[in-house]
Design a protein around this ligand. Structure first.
Ligand SMILES: [Zn+2]
Length: 190
């Protein structure tokens, strides 16, 4: 009995402090995982309902600046994207032809062609990035569902429910909130 008592770290001991920090780290990890899942669901919902994308900057929940060629919201656009945004190249297909066809000087014309091709390449990268973010979001949701199913199958019911409930209490106690602007939008519309 004495040896069992000794194996429990004393209150205020360095060992106990270490365990408490590890426990807090685990709670933090759980919260971040949940946030990722939560926003993956929002990303998918936004796309499936409105064919719109959510900003790719981690932690940003805004919609991207346009419908087709942007991966970031207006406040996170990179320099050249800001130029595109101001020039309103999105939805305007003429910019691809006009610069090259109207120029008579062959050198300027060549420079314009190179510039246009560079823009097209950046646009192509953005489109690929959007598709990748969306498929990563789908994968995250799928992985979460299958892990949940695994726990349902392999863990005793009482233990699993008890554990879930304790996690809920711990997470709620941190004061973290999961607020989805797209859900609010849905409610106000209905
Ligand atoms: Zn953003």
């Amino acid at each position: 009995m004495t040896s069992e008592m000794q194996s429990i770290p004393a209150t205020g001991s360095a060992e106990l402090q270490k365990l408490l920090i590890l426990a807090d780290e685990e709670i933090a990890r759980q919260i971040i995982n949940r946030q990722h899942l939560y926003w993956a669901k929002a990303r998918v919902r936004l796309f499936e309902r409105k064919e719109l994308h959510m900003c790719r900057r981690s932690g940003c929940r805004n919609q991207v600046a346009g419908k087709n060629i942007f991966t970031l919201c207006e406040s996170h656009l990179r320099g050249w994207e800001r130029d595109w945004f101001q020039e309103q190249i999105e939805g305007n297909t003429n910019w691809m032809k006009s610069e090259c066809s109207e120029e008579s000087d062959p050198v300027v014309r060549q420079v314009n062609i190179i510039r246009r091709d560079r823009t097209l390449e950046l646009v192509r990268q953005n489109v690929q990035l959007k598709e990748r973010l969306l498929s990563e979001a789908y994968k995250l949701i799928e992985d979460h569902d299958s892990k949940g199913y695994e726990r349902y199958v392999f863990l005793p019911n009482t233990f699993r429910l008890d554990l879930n409930q304790r996690w809920e209490m711990l997470i709620a106690a941190t004061g973290v909130q999961f607020v989805d602007p797209y859900d609010e939008e849905e409610e106000s519309q209905s």
